[in-house]
Design a protein around this ligand. Sequence first.
Ligand code: NDP
Length: 340
Amino acid sequence: NKQVVLKNYVIGSPKESDMEVRIIKMRLKISEGSNAVLVKNLYLSCDPYMAGRMRNPDSDHRSFVESFLPGSPIMGYGVAKVLESGHPNFKKGDLVWGITGWEEYSFITSPEALFKIEHSDVPLSYYTGILGMPGMTAYVGFYHICSPKKGERVFVSAASGAVGQLVGQFAKLMDCYVVGTAGSKAKVDLLKTKFGFDEAFNYKEEQDLEMALKRHFPEGIDIYFENVGGKMLDAVLLNSRIHSRIAVCGLISQYNLKQPESVHNLFSLIMKRIRVEGFIVSDHYDQYPKFLDMVLPLIREGKVTYVEDVAEGLERAPAALVGLFSGHNVGKQVVVVARE
Ligand code: NDP
């Protein structure tokens, strides 16, 4: 069984050399009486929160999910096929998505947490992205946390990524004016030409983020979908409208810093009566069926599109994961372990 293993707890930004690929002998058989399932992993998802899981559990920078164990495979969301099941809800041949190991085959001991894949007329890899955790994040964050109204002015950071590209498209479906930021010209072009954002800019090329936002939102921002934090959040606070909302989804610019940056413009929260709300997608998984009912037809009718960045093979998984923190990925970062 080929595996990607965490070598040691990580300090600072994760590096490829913090992980290694190894092959171990494993008996691929469920033990008698166990209710585990044995799966063959097909697609793995690279997600920013995984950096936090690589840290020492005693560190201030750990994830809200428990740390990985050095010497054990990395764990994360993925799409898999059931090879053998000791659980009454699953049978051989079922396709599932949920938390699995970064390896060719995994024993999943709490299969109740897996989602069964019922619709396979769309690419299976979509269950790591638009039809999986990031899709649900965009859905919950935008429709529930942002309380959007038709025609509002929406700003999205890390806008070309797994979550951001969908938030922008959901906002356009509500006739909002939507602006996104990303870290390269190619991504900025993608936002405007592929995802239908009204405007987009490269935050790395702006000397003054406050002025850049003023240029794009002369009347201010109603909704900010926060994926990055730091200086961008400060600039947004200065450009927010009265009664605007900020959904705090992620703060990727802060995840690997020894000392997170301070936010300076908090006084705007009072002056502009801004509602700021953080959320964790897994608290909202009860809404998954409702989400699928909404998004599947949008995909099938071509009203929503999705861009993936596909790395072939487990060997490429460490680089793919690390690349999230330098913006190497264009769209949702997926790793293909096997196609069926
Ligand atoms: P992406 O697919 O957007 O990949 C991460 C992107 O972040 C990179 O491509 C890069 O794009 C950008 N980035 C990296 N470092 C920085 C930086 N220092 N400053 C600004 N941008 C940076 O990731 P996701 O869409 O999967 O996740 C987006 C955010 O949502 C993350 O913060 C993540 O942690 C969060 N999240 C939160 C969830 C929740 O339940 N609250 C669930 C899922 C995700 P660029 O080239 O534009 O810089």
